[in-house]
Design a protein around this ligand. Structure first.
Ligand code: ZN
Length: 368
């Protein structure tokens, strides 16, 4: 099912200013050492890379594929077999109201908004919600992760948007998200509440200081909404792991820096206009950007690479095609692990903090 999206990322998100993370020191990684081998597919045992690094060993190159608004049957049908084939584990950030049939839209009240209002569609028919529950169950059974994309997708221009919400309002939004998950459990959803460990804010618009206490109160461990200049290691702040979406130079745009998410790339290419005739061109530009970002991290700080997407058919499906092609080629590479956020957090906790700091204090990986 194709969802219609509102003007979900605006110039505000695109014009984000960044605290450039320099001055963190230039300690290089320990040299030498073997890289870990990729995990054997289909193994019930923990993957071979889920262990403490040996002295001098480099971290695996983690790639975190994450899909916002993970409610599309068609896209799950494409991603699940592909992920299985290349031994990738991905994260779907679910908009909670996709679990709510349209007839029950009045049960959601976005912070500062009237009941039944949202900037995206609700769940559709009972049958569509049932199909979605089956997709989500299938995804978690295969080892993928479900996180939250909150509910109403209120971005700049749809005020009050997330960037204006207080901790109490984020708490209300998350209370409702988990309420929809619990309600769906009575209709067969098998995504256990305690496996939902983090999320991504719609349009990346929100105040982390306001959000973090709400995340912690709901037992969540990470957020993947902030951006960073280049590719950086996750940092623990206010008890929450910050997995940042990198801002990278796009080779095809004369090195212009863009938030490495599908919508932002599209916006920078043609102002996010539907131009299906240019789909191959847009796919190529996006794929080249992903490849260069991966190579930059692999060659330098080995920071986990967040590839942020929506399940979308924008401009002839150009961006979904790029993501799927990248997944197919990168996840089977040596030294590379396509993992969920929860897996990377678990791996980080196994490491000697000083060893991780060696990598964390390196300059962010940049595309040249
Ligand atoms: Zn979104």
């Amino acid at each position: 099912m194709t969802r219609r999206w509102g003007p979900i990322v605006t110039g505000v998100a695109l014009a984000l200013t960044f605290a450039v993370l320099v001055g963190l020191g230039t300690v290089g990684p320990a040299a030498g050492g073997d890289d870990p081998a990729p995990a054997a597919q289909g193994s019930a045992a923990p993957p071979s890379w889920m262990r403490k690094l040996r002295p001098g060993e480099k971290p695996p190159q983690f790639v975190l594929f994450s899909f916002d608004g993970a409610g599309s049957h068609e896209h799950w049908q494409r991603v699940l077999p592909l992920a299985e084939k290349v031994n990738a584990h991905v994260t779907g950030f679910l908009s909670g109201i996709y679990l709510l049939p349209d007839t029950r839209r009045g049960e959601y009240t976005g912070p500062g908004h009237a009941p039944g209002r949202a900037a995206i569609g609700f769940g559709g028919t009972e049958q569509e919600v049932a199909n979605r529950i089956a997709d989500l169950n299938d995804a978690v059974a295969r080892g993928h992760e479900i996180g939250t994309h909150y509910n109403g997708h209120f971005c700049s221009g749809n005020e009050p948007s997330g960037s204006r919400w207080s901790t109490a309002q984020w708490t209300a939004e998350l209370d409702q998200f988990f309420g929809f998950v619990r309600d769906a459990a009575t209709r067969g959803l098998l995504v256990a509440e305690n496996t939902i460990k983090g999320g991504r804010i719609p349009c990346l618009e929100g105040d982390f200081a306001a959000l973090a206490p709400a995340l912690a109160a709901h037992g969540l461990a990470y957020d993947s909404s902030l951006t960073s200049d280049g590719i950086t290691w996750p940092q623990l702040r206010d008890g929450i792991w910050q997995f940042r979406v990198p801002v990278v130079r796009v080779p095809a745009l004369a090195g212009k820096k863009v938030i490495m998410m599908d919508y932002n790339l599209w916006y920078s290419l043609n102002g996010a206009q539907e131009e299906p005739s240019r789909d191959k061109e847009f796919t190529a530009v996006t794929l080249d950007t992903y490849r260069a970002a991966y190579q930059a991290a692999l060659n330098t700080n080995r920071a986990p690479l967040t590839v942020g997407n929506h399940f979308n058919d924008w401009s002839g499906g150009a961006f979904s095609d790029a993501t799927e092609q990248f997944m197919a080629e990168v996840c089977v590479r040596e030294h590379t692990v396509c993992a969920t956020y929860a897996q990377v957090i678990k791996w980080m906790k196994l490491q000697d903090p000083e060893v991780l700091d060696t990598f964390r204090t390196m300059p962010p990986a940049q595309l040249t």
